[in-house]
Ligand binder design. Structure first.
Ligand SMILES: Cc1cc2nc3c(=O)[nH]c(=O)nc-3n(C[C@H](O)[C@H](O)[C@H](O)COP(=O)(O)OP(=O)(O)OC[C@H]3O[C@@H](n4cnc5c(N)ncnc54)[C@H](O)[C@@H]3O)c2cc1C
Ligand SMILES: NC(=O)c1ccc[n+]([C@@H]2O[C@H](COP(=O)([O-])OP(=O)(O)OC[C@H]3O[C@@H](n4cnc5c(N)ncnc54)[C@H](O)[C@@H]3O)[C@@H](O)[C@H]2O)c1
Length: 464
């Protein structure tokens, strides 16, 4: 039987990084993948999503170019061509992931891996390689990096709905789409479909989209939805989906019935733990996720878990960081520190949103706050008369002057907030922002020229 120092289950963002760094530190490493090399981000997540966001952006840019003197009209968008080009790019990336692992000396297994006991793994044939023989191997350490899968609501007719995995492979673009859920995926795909010409309804339970983001940003996003051709159906939940001759009817609990060609459930994801044989070794789970401590350790010595399967941050850079730290701790020099608390986040909507640090609602629990905001029309939109203002916001501790959070909705906000994430991670003060000279003319310079405080917010706990 083959034996390894480390066996990684799942070749996604976290697993690939963990395997590569461990192998580069001299460990004998193997990795198993059952579906697609590179995992969700590369195949059914960040990468294809961003390519589709770009596709939608081009349509608007063609419209706006006319105001700048270009004699162009928005023609027909060829959905099949986009999907084909996207698939070719992803195939290229799959190859890069495979060769990167091989170059690092990692042994690759294609198939469905499960635990036989705490140091034995069985790899059975999967859809990616139905012809392979079942194999059993041994490993001193096992990392579970199996990611997550879209969750479907348990309502009548749920089988008629698509989830994000399907959205990347639709043969045609639906003319009418009803998106359920206003988290990351719901908001991003509402923007993609509307941008490409579909008629979009966004159905969500709360009064504002994107729970968890800064309230002021969420309110601003709610104003931008109709400007971008999206009908917000807020404060309502889906009851059932009915198949009708020319599509579907989505029945909502406020009595509204939406006629649509496609119901898209963007209602969260669940960790992939079902087929891993966790019960067999007594591995502890909590609410469907693998329970780990701050060192990615499970309750079974030498079995670790990272990424979406632990359901903590559920982002690619955090899965990568967890994999890297773990590999260095097990086989190398534990080196760098990573600041998970200041993980920046972005939602790639038509006017993207991005945030780093605390929201006003989070910060006010323990801090007296000074809030700085700026709302303006970006210069690029002035000639084109495109609607939709930029909102920028700094959340500052009133006593220490430390910038606790930076938030923005508007063009290029993810690129701008990535830079500001360094400042927030470094604990810089508002006066450091103030002494920074602007880069003109940009939208970003507004972050260093917000001089007048918009409001003072005393701590909600009243104890500061
Ligand atoms: C539509 C969408 C858009 C997203 N956009 C972004 C974004 O813009 N930015 C961002 O930071 N994050 C984004 N994410 C989230 C990001 O993709 C995930 O957080 C990230 O991929 C998690 O990495 P992971 O390694 O934990 O899991 P994954 O990347 O999901 O990898 C897990 C791998 O394990 C394999 N596997 C599972 N079980 C087994 C088994 N038993 N045997 C063998 N292999 C197995 C799976 O096939 C998969 O390839 C997006 C997600 C989605 C769905
Ligand atoms: N840009 C990015 O970084 C990015 C993009 C896409 C996905 N992701 C990651 O993938 C994860 C999954 O994305 P997601 O959008 O599916 O999940 P999410 O948790 O962000 O949003 C889920 C949505 O479904 C709704 N919902 C859940 N149960 C419901 C019910 N019973 N009835 C009605 N509505 C219900 C929620 O209210 C919410 O609006 C995200 O949390 C994020 O970590 C990140």
């Amino acid at each position: 039987m083959q034996e390894f120092d480390l066996f990684v289950i799942g070749a996604g963002s976290g697993g690939v990084r963990c395997a590569r760094i461990a192998a580069q530190n001299g460990a004998r490493v193997a990795i198993a993948e059952r579906r697609h090399w590179g995992g969700t981000c590369v195949n059914l997540g960040c990468v294809p999503k961003k390519l589709m966001v770009y596709a939608a952006d081009y349509g608007r840019e063609i419209d706006d170019a006319r105001s700048y003197g270009w004699d162009v009209t928005r023609g027909f968008h060829d959905w099949a061509k986009l999907i084909d080009a996207k698939d070719r790019e992803i195939e290229r990336l799959n190859g890069i992931y495979i060769s990167m692992l091989q170059k690092a000396g990692v042994t690759l297994f294609t198939g469905d891996a499960r635990l036989v006991d705490s140091d034995t793994i069985e790899i059975a044939p999967s859809d990616l390689a139905p012809e392979v023989q079942t194999q059993t191997v041994r490993a001193k350490n096992i990392v579970i990096a199996t990611g997550s899968t879209p969750h479907r609501l348990d309502i009548e007719g749920a089988e008629h709905a698509i989830v994000s995995d399907d959205a990347f492979h639709l043969e045609d673009r639906p003319e009418r789409v009803a998106v359920i859920g206003s988290g990351y995926i719901g908001v991003e795909f509402a923007g993609i479909f509307a941008g490409l010409g579909s008629s979009v309804d966004l159905v969500y339970r709360q009064n504002l989209p994107l729970r968890g983001f800064d309230h002021e940003l969420r309110a601003h996003l709610a104003e931008l939805l109709p400007i971008n051709g999206i009908r917000a159906r807020h404060s309502t939940s889906p009851e059932r989906i009915e198949k009708v001759e020319d599509g579907y009817r989505l029945h909502l609990d406020d009595g509204v019935v939406l006629e649509t060609d496609c119901v898209f459930m963007a209602t969260g994801r669940r960790p992939n733990i079902a087929s891993l044989g966790l019960d067999r070794i007594g591995l502890k789970t909590v609410d469907g996720r693998i329970a780990v401590n701050a060192k990615s350790e499970t309750n079974i010595p030498n079995v670790y878990a990272i990424g979406d399967v632990i359901d903590t941050y559920n982002l690619t850079p955090t899965a990568i960081a967890e994999g890297h730290i773990l590999a260095e701790r097990l086989f190398g020099e534990p080196g760098r520190e990573w600041s998970f608390d200041t993980t920046p986040k972005a939602v790639f909507f038509t006017q993207p949103l991005a945030s780093v640090g605390l929201t006003e609602e989070e910060a006010t629990r323990d801090h007296d706050l000074e809030i700085f905001t700026s709302t303006f029309t970006p210069m690029r939109q002035t000639l084109s008369d495109r609607k939709g203002k930029v909102l920028m916001k700094l959340v500052v501790d009133a006593h220490s002057n430390v910038v606790l959070g930076a938030h923005m909705i508007g063009p290029d906000s993810p690129e701008i907030i990535q830079g500001l994430a360094i400042a927030v991670t470094a604990g810089l003060k508002k006066r450091d922002f103030d002494r920074t000279i602007g880069l003109h003319p940009t939208s970003a310079e507004e972050f260093v020229t917000m001089r007048s405080r918009t409001r003072y917010v005393p701590s909600a706990s009243g104890t500061v």
